[in-house]
Design a protein around this ligand. Structure first.
Ligand code: 5RP
Length: 239
């Protein structure tokens, strides 16, 4: 078991190391949330002088605090109109580089930051690769708190097996995202990601979904002793 965790640690670190290559020319850098991103931030701290003049923004308070602690210039998201590059992790990645995200409850800001970035790079360890989205990880949704029971019921009626996410410790009551919503995780079984995304986005009360379709430009998959860099060309219709 210990060996497995060490492997995973190196896999995350290798992916994070490779991602450093993508921020060289960026003036404004968006940074996501999670344990793989933590590795990235740790590596950044070791090359602080190379990036001290850049601007950072982040998908969570947690990442903002970590970047500030190192001494980086961190901008609140509300005053950033684009990023040159966005680096984030993911919970699942399929063969078309579509992803499930939101294991850290930061999905709404993650989708916003990724969308408004000129380049989007995702760093994952090899366990995140799946045949279809929702295979291993539930699909998180951010929901307006006042709509919780209504949204929960409709998701249940549709057979999507919703559960309200609770923290492991440190707080009573549901997980509240930095953006103010409650997180509902759904397990809809094998899905058509785009169809499900479109359906979920029409349900009032759902702020955002953890389905990231056509968001990745680059996915760096880390292994114990190598990385596999996968890329996707944006279609004419994508931003
Ligand atoms: C946070 C996320 C994370 O990127 C995702 O959960 C992956 O995290 P980790 O790198 O810890 O596996 O979407 O909302």
């Amino acid at each position: 078991m210990d060996v497995y965790y060490k492997d995973l640690d190196s896999a995350k670190e290798n992916a994070a190391k490779e991602a450093l290559k993508y921020i060289n020319d960026a003036e404004i850098i968006g940074v996501g949330t999670g344990s793989t991103v933590e590795k990235f931030i740790d590596l950044l701290s070791r090359v602080y002088n190379d990036y001290r003049d850049r601007y950072f923004t982040a998908s969570s308070i947690d990442t903002m605090l970590k970047l500030r602690k190192i001494g980086f210039k961190v901008l609140h998201q509300s005053i950033v109109d684009h990023m040159d590059v966005y680096i984030d992790g993911a919970d699942e990645v399929d063969g078309e580089l579509n992803m499930v995200k939101g294991g850290g409850a930061a999905l709404t800001l993650e989708k916003i930051l990724a969308y408004y970035s000129r380049k989007r790079v995702f760093i994952v360890d090899y366990t995140k690769i799946v045949k279809y989205l929702g295979e291993k990880h539930p699909i998180p949704l951010e929901v307006i708190p006042q709509a919780l029971a209504m949204v929960y019921k409709i998701l249940k009626d549709k057979g999507y097996n919703p559960t309200i996410r609770y923290p492991v410790k440190g707080k009573y009551g549901p997980v509240i995202a930095d953006t103010g919503g409650v997180i509902i995780d759904i397990r809809p079984g094998r899905i058509d990601p785009l169809k499900l995304e479109m359906e979920l986005k029409t349900i009032p009360g759902i702020v955002e979904t953890g389905l990231f379709i056509n968001f990745a430009d680059i996915v760096i998959v880390g292994y114990k002793d190598k990385v596999d860099v996968r890329s996707r060309a944006r279609s004419f219709y994508e931003k």
